[in-house]
Design a protein around this ligand. Sequence first.
Ligand code: RIB
Ligand code: CA
Length: 313
Amino acid sequence: MAPRKIIIDTDPGQDDAVAILLALASPEELDVLGITAVAGNVPLALTEKNARIVCELAKKTDTPVFAGCSEPMARKLVTAEHVHGKSGLDGPQLADPTMALQDMHAVDFLINALRSEAPGTVTLVPIGPLTNLGVAFSRAPDIIDRVQEIVIMGGAYFEVGNITPAAEFNIYVDPEAADIVFKSGVPLVAMPLDVTHKALTTRARVDAFAGLGNEVGRMVAEWTSFFERFDKEKYGSEGAPLHDPCTIAYLLQPDLFSGRHVNVEVELTSELTRGMTVADWWRVTQRPANATFMGDVDADAFFRLLTDRLARL
Ligand code: RIB
Ligand code: CA
């Protein structure tokens, strides 16, 4: 079976980096057409640089990286250096990338790729704020029906918010873009905090990364050790949730996850609950289902898959 064509839209971020590595380590199943960077965890100048660093670490410098939107569609950018550090990839010392950034804007790449690839053959994997997709869908509505599926890391319902009491960071940063994506009608799988908070690093799991004996394993162990300090202090958990790799793991082994196909809408007007994903989990409204909202994961199997694939790089 031909590998699935995907475009990863990202704001690296340590967990984004692990997601990108997992995808690049799985060429039999996934054909990464390109990586589009967006402002989020840190400003765009850093997220596009970090995306190139990760491609070089994976020795996949033929993967094109594009810089996208530097600001949300209608809001001021909110970043998360308090979680990811000033560089966005704090933990290990990192050399500047040498691979080139593509000249084309990420939004133009998204539009061109969806127009040139056969309809229904490209999956979008947004793991940062949804600004690039929101702008692309607004500028070129004809591409929406050409998207095979969207697998997003974002949202929260039972787990409530991580950047405000009500909202998860990716949705909070650009709720208008998220609203466009959730209302697009494209088949959508969401990995909210409800499930990603069950994919927690532990000392044994981080040691398994370090024990791979390759540069990738060492870097991932150092990234997750840095990244987990915030969540351990905030939640008193043993480790950090590996949010973004859940999207790629779903594409590789969907049966690791379970959830419900329900209606999910994004709060736009209230400042108190801006960016909240209101999931009609108990189907108490007549609002049509528009997302498979994941709630559970086989965490041991998830980390086995991740560790086995990182060993290949
Ligand atoms: O809320 C978690 C999400 O926000 C992850 O994608 C993380 O990388 C940050 O972007
Ligand atoms: Ca991210």
